[in-house]
Design a protein around this ligand. Structure first.
Ligand SMILES: Cc1cc2nc3c(=O)[nH]c(=O)nc-3n(C[C@H](O)[C@H](O)[C@H](O)COP(=O)(O)O)c2cc1C
Length: 423
C-alpha cells in the first residue's frame, strides 16, 4: 500500500472529507453491529500508534459487555515527547478522520461520550478541532440519534496543561477528572475501570484515524498492507540532520534507508549518519550500520534492539556528542517525572546530575559506571514506563558510544572543543 489514508490532501474541511467518501464508514459500522465492528478491527491487525503497539480490536473487546452505566472513549492527542509531532499534523490535515474513528470506536464499545485530550501547547489545533467538532455535529455525524440509528455520541475537547506525563493513559484520565496527572497502578486497566471509574478505551489519535479506512475497505485489505506483524501505514515524523525533516505517511516495514534517502532527501549537507533514535526520545539508539539495515516496523525494530514507539525518528549526525544529547534527554525526563516512584524521581535526577558533570568536565572515571547502574536500576520498577524512557536510551548510548563517555569522564569534553560536537 503506497497510498496515504491518513494524510490525504485537501480533506481538512468537512465538505471535502465527505466528498472523498468520509463519514460513510460510520454509517456502515452502525449497520454491522458492535461485535462485528470489533471483529473487523481485530482482524485488520491494527496496532495502537501511541507507542506500545497494542492490538486495537483486542483492547476494545476488553470492555465488559455487561457493564452498567456509562463508558468512555478517549483520544490521546497529548504528544509531548521530544521529536514527536505526527498527531499535530494529522489533526491539522485530517481532523474528520479522527472524529469519525472516535465515533466508530465509541459505537463499538458502547460509549456515548468521547474526549479528545489535546496537548495544552496546541492552541491553534484546539481551535481548529473545536470547529471540526461543531461542523460534524451540524451535519448530524455527532450528537443524538446519529444518522437515525439510535446511537448517541458526542465529543468534548479537553486541553492539557503542558505535562508530558499526562500522555500516559491513566495520568491522562486523572487529569480529565481534575486530579493531579499521576499514573495509576494497573490492573485495573482503563477498559474495566477508567474515567470516573467507568470502562474506558484510550487510543492514540493516529490509531483512531486509521479506523474509517478499515471499515470502508475491509479488514483483509488492511491486513494485507504494511508488513505481516505491522499492517497499515504509519506516520513517521523525522527530525535531526536530514535535508527534509517532516511527517511522512509510509507503509510499516519501510526500510529506514528508504525513509532517509528517498523521502527525507538524505543527510543534511552530506553529513555522515552516526546514530538513530527510531522510536522517539525514549527508544534505544541504533548505530548507523544497524539503522541502515533495519525495516521500520514493530518486529524488525525489536529484533534490532530498539522499538517503533510513536514513530518519531531522530537522526543524529557524525560529530554530534552523545553525552550532551543524553544530557538533553535526562533534563527533559527529570523535569517531567511526576515524582511518585523513587526509581524515576531519584534516577532521572541522578542521571541528569551525572551527565551535567560529565558535560562540564567535572566528571570522575567512576561516573560512567554509576550512570549505567543508575539506568539499569530504573528499568521495570515503576508504575509507568517514564523511567524506562530515559533508562533505555541511556543504556544504549553508554554501551554503543562508551568511548565518548569515558573521554568526558577523563576531562576531554566537547564543550572545550566548541560545544555539542566532538573534538
Ligand atoms: C510517559 C508517557 C507518555 C505518553 N504519552 C503519550 C502521548 O502523548 N500520546 C499517546 O497516544 N500515547 C502516549 N503514551 C501511551 C499511552 O499511555 C497509551 O498507551 C496510548 O495512548 C494508547 O493508545 P494506542 O493503543 O492507540 O496506542 C504515553 C505513555 C507514557 C508512559
Amino acid at each position: 500500500m503506497n497510498e496515504r489514508t491518513l494524510l490525504r490532501d485537501n480533506v481538512a474541511d468537512i465538505a471535502a472529507y465527505f466528498a472523498a467518501g468520509g463519514w460513510r464508514p460510520l454509517k456502515k459500522a452502525l449497520s454491522m453491529g458492535r461485535a462485528a465492528v470489533i471483529a473487523e478491527v481485530t482482524a485488520s491487525g491494527l496496532r495502537g500508534r501511541g507507542g506500545a503497539g497494542f492490538p486495537t480490536g483486542r483492547k476494545w473487546s476488553f470492555v465488559p459487555q455487561d457493564a452498567q452505566g456509562p463508558r468512555y472513549l478517549v483520544c490521546n492527542a497529548d504528544e509531548g515527547e521530544p521529536g514527536a509531532f505526527k498527531d499535530r499534523e494529522l489533526l491539522r490535515r485530517n481532523p474528520q478522520a479522527v472524529l469519525e474513528g472516535m465515533a466508530i470506536a465509541g459505537y463499538a464499545i458502547g460509549a456515548s461520550l468521547g474526549y479528545i485530550y489535546i496537548r495544552g501547547e496546541f492552541s491553534a489545533e484546539a481551535e481548529f478541532l473545536t470547529a471540526a467538532i461543531t461542523a460534524a455535529r451540524a451535519k448530524g455525524f455527532l450528537g443524538a440519534n446519529i444518522l437515525g440509528s439510535g446511537f448517541d455520541f458526542d465529543i468534548h475537547l479537553h486541553r492539557g496543561a503542558g505535562a508530558y506525563i499526562c500522555g500516559e493513559e491513566t495520568a491522562l484520565l486523572s487529569s480529565i477528572e481534575g486530579l493531579r496527572g499521576q499514573p495509576r497502578l494497573k490492573p485495573p486497566f482503563p477498559a474495566v475501570k477508567g474515567l470516573f471509574g467507568a470502562p474506558t478505551v484510550v487510543n492514540n489519535a493516529e490509531t483512531l484515524a486509521a479506523v474509517p479506512s478499515i471499515l470502508e475497505r475491509g479488514a483483509a485489505w488492511y491486513a494485507s498492507t504494511g508488513s505481516p506483524d505491522s499492517p497499515g501505514t504509519k506516520l513517521f515524523c523525522v527530525s535531526g540532520a536530514v535535508n527534509r525533516p517532516g511527517v511522512y505517511e509510509l507503509p510499516l516495514g519501510v526500510p529506514f534507508r528508504e525513509l532517509l534517502e528517498t523521502h527525507c532527501g538524505g543527510m543534511k549537507d552530506g553529513r555522515k549518519l552516526k546514530a538513530v533514535l527510531p522510536g522517539g526520545a525514549s527508544s534505544p539508539a541504533l548505530t548507523a550500520a544497524e539503522a541502515m539495515a533495519v525495516n521500520m516496523d514493530y518486529a524488525s525494530l525489536a529484533a534490532a534492539g530498539s522499538m517503533l514507539g510513536s514513530g518519531a525518528v531522530i537522526v543524529i549526525e557524525e560529530g554530534r556528542c552523545m553525552v550532551e544529547l543524553l544530557g538533553v534527554l535526562a533534563r527533559f525526563y527529570r523535569h517531567e517525572s511526576c515524582g511518585q516512584c523513587a526509581p524515576c524521581r531519584e534516577g532521572c535526577a541522578w542521571a541528569d546530575k551525572l551527565l551535567a558533570g560529565l558535560e562540564a568536565g567535572r566528571g570522575r572515571p567512576s561516573d560512567v559506571e554509576t550512570l549505567r547502574s543508575c539506568a539499569a536500576a530504573m528499568t521495570g520498577r515503576t508504575i509507568c514506563p517514564l523511567a524506562d524512557s530515559l533508562a533505555l536510551p541511556a543504556l544504549s548510548f553508554i554501551s554503543k558510544f562508551r568511548a565518548e563517555f569515558d573521554a568526558h569522564a577523563a576531562g576531554r569534553t566537547c564543550r572545550a572543543a566548541g560545544g555539542g560536537r566532538l573534538a
